[in-house]
Design a protein around this ligand. Structure first.
Ligand code: ZN
Ligand code: ZN
Length: 254
């Protein structure tokens, strides 16, 4: 049986030392070139992450954008995108990156992270209450899942979001409800090589809604950039085709 070979053309989700990645923008670009990618995305954490995990101040996005421009001059052979992996900080879907900054970036990815500074005490307390209650039985679990899915959906409807990173990681999400809105808004869902949690059912359900996917490394070190094999395995296990994945092409048969 012939099994098509997949070629990775982009890795949109990589971190640098602007957040808590190890490498610089240049380091990630060099790694992407070594892996034969034609596009590399920088998607450092937004400022709401705890313990200096995220970009420190909003003004640092300006430095990040300048750094990307310098890298573009040094490496004209590859497309370099300045971006963010923004956080959801409220139940009405607000992100920790102002819209004016989002507009200056080439890509806005959104991840639902747990260790973040919420917009208000009310949002923070609600998150803690729902997360604790979710352990107390099916009904409470469903309530938490619904509220968190709604927050994510509100963000997707409110902003122009390129992709949702690692959906379902540490926070239960209704993948079908999310995928329907993503399909409508042309927001991609990520299959994350680092966390490897996307189940074939989740991917299949989402694919059935017509959503498209990206495979990402979520690299925190340059040597991880472009390592998409675990994400490819998850995509193949769910029966996805290259047409359903934005950053993959089929290699011609040898
Ligand atoms: Zn993340
Ligand atoms: Zn990440």
């Amino acid at each position: 049986m012939y099994i098509e070979q997949w070629k990775y053309i982009a890795d949109y989700h990589t971190h640098t030392c602007f957040s808590h990645g190890r490498g610089t923008v240049d380091d990630n670009v060099r790694a992407a070139l070594a892996r034969g990618l034609t596009t590399i995305g920088i998607a450092d954490h937004g400022p709401a992450n705890w313990w200096n995990v995220g970009i420190k101040r909003i003004a640092d996005f300006e430095r990040l954008i300048e750094e990307v421009w310098r890298a573009r001059r040094r490496f004209p052979e590859i497309q370099i995108l300045a971006g963010v992996e923004a956080n959801i900080i409220s139940y009405d879907g607000e992100l920790d990156v102002p819209e004016a900054v989002q507009e200056q970036l080439d890509q806005v990815l959104v991840g639902f992270h747990t260790m973040i500074i919420p917009k208000s005490w009310g949002d923070g307390l609600r998150f803690i209450r729902l997360s604790l209650a979710a352990r107390l039985g099916e009904r409470r679990f469903s309530e938490a899942k619904r509220a968190h899915t709604q927050a994510l959906i509100a963000a997707i409807q409110r902003y122009r979001i390129f992709a949702v990173t690692h959906p379902g990681l540490r926070i239960a999400i209704d993948s079908e409800a999310l995928a329907k809105v993503c399909a409508m808004r042309q927001t991609a869902l990520e299959i994350n090589a680092r966390h490897g949690l996307a189940s074939p059912e989740l991917i299949r359900h989402a694919a059935g809604c017509g959503v498209r996917f990206i495979l990402s490394s979520d690299a925190h070190r340059p040597e991880e950039v472009g390592r998409l094999e675990p994400a490819e395995a998850a995509a193949r296990a769910a029966g996805l085709t290259v047409e359903q994945i934005i950053n993959v092409r089929e290699l011609p048969e040898a």
